[in-house]
Design a protein. Structure first.
Length: 331
């Protein structure tokens, strides 16, 4: 049995960025249904912050990270879609991507097209698959069609910039919100039809102006507590409120009865990991994402790169909303 050493980032208890420790771990051989992968780049995501802080309670000790790209070094029994030496990328449970080398389930690991770099692969899987399931699978009654207005909060973030471009390719009129003029300009540059700086403008009022008072077909919201109430009021009758994150804190409990007078609204709380429970679905979603990127419809913007040792600073920057586009850890 071969045992290899790897650097990894681990926490022993929930808390702030100071809990992130660089340790050495031993990595063995993959069991049936698993692979061993040597990472070339690792993605950073807000879910990592939730897991570190304790908003999402996790068993300890915890090796963080949900996304990476690298080269397959060993393949366990029964794995047929990957082989030794394949370039691969993933967004996957369980956490553990903040490392040089790991053994993990092969089910949600996808072969990475040669046209896509390791850095892009690491930056785009969780955020790109999230944009994919939102725009392609989390749909209002009757679906989305060209010309529809959609509201996308945090439009200058990693998921947001991918969604802006993808929505433009679909013919949607995406209204993007962000917290500064510079971030709004970035979202506009990436395909948002309209942008709103929610730190200086009332986004509800602006949405009503943009849509001629009708409201939007769907709101995609990863901000949570701070945007929830007004987002519901941005929706047209039978509109869909699609919550997929809590960057400002979790949404407070609410009475379903309020949805009727607001226009018989639909509400859903989505997570990527419900969508990628099977090998077939994961691959189909990844193929859609790979096509969007290799065709040029979607460019994946990496604005921050941190060495693995600087992961504490990476988390501070994420939480302070200092980042735009995607962030990665370099190895």
């Amino acid at each position: 049995m071969t045992s290899l050493s790897s650097r990894a980032i681990r926490i022993d208890q929930h808390g702030g960025p100071e809990q992130l420790k660089l340790v050495n771990v031993t990595v063995g051989e993959p069991a049936a249904g698993e692979i061993r992968i040597r990472h070339r780049a690792v993605g950073l995501n807000f879910i990592d912050v939730y897991q570190r802080s304790g908003l999402y309670q996790m068993p300890m000790p915890l090796q963080l990270g949900m996304e990476a790209a690298g080269v397959v070094e060993a393949v366990g029994e029964g794995v047929t879609h990957l082989k030794l030496g394949d370039r691969a990328a993933y967004a996957s449970q369980p956490p553990g991507s903040y490392c040089d080398l790991r053994v993990m389930p092969a089910k949600t690991v996808c072969k990475l097209p040669d046209a896509i770099s390791f850095e892009t692969g690491a930056a785009m899987m969780l955020k790109g698959l999230t944009a994919q399931y939102l725009l392609r699978r989390t749909l209002p009654q009757g679906g989305l069609k060209a010309g529809d207005f959609v509201l996308f909060h945090a439009a200058a973030g990693g998921v947001g910039l991918i969604a802006c471009q993808w929505a433009r390719a679909m013919g949607l009129q995406l209204i993007g919100t962000a917290g500064s003029d510079a971030k709004c300009a970035l979202a506009k540059e990436h395909g948002a039809a309209f942008v709103i700086n929610y730190s200086t403008e009332d986004f509800l009022k602006r949405v009503k102006e943009i849509t001629g008072g009708k409201g939007v077909t769907v709101v995609y919201d990863s901000v949570g507590k701070d945007t929830w109430d007004k987002s519901l009021d941005c929706l047209a009758p039978f509109g869909l409120m699609a919550s997929f994150g809590n960057a400002s804190g979790p949404v407070a409990p609410f009475a379903p009865g309020i949805l009727g007078p607001k226009g018989s609204l639909y509400v859903t709380r989505q997570t990527l990991f419900s969508h990628i429970t099977t090998r077939e679905t994961t691959q189909a979603m990844a193929d859609d994402l790979f096509e969007a990127v290799t065709s040029g419809k979607v460019a994946v913007r990496i604005d921050q790169r941190y060495p693995l040792e600087q992961v504490q600073q990476a988390h501070r920057d994420l939480e302070a909303r200092k980042t735009t586009g995607c962030s990665i850890l370099t190895l």
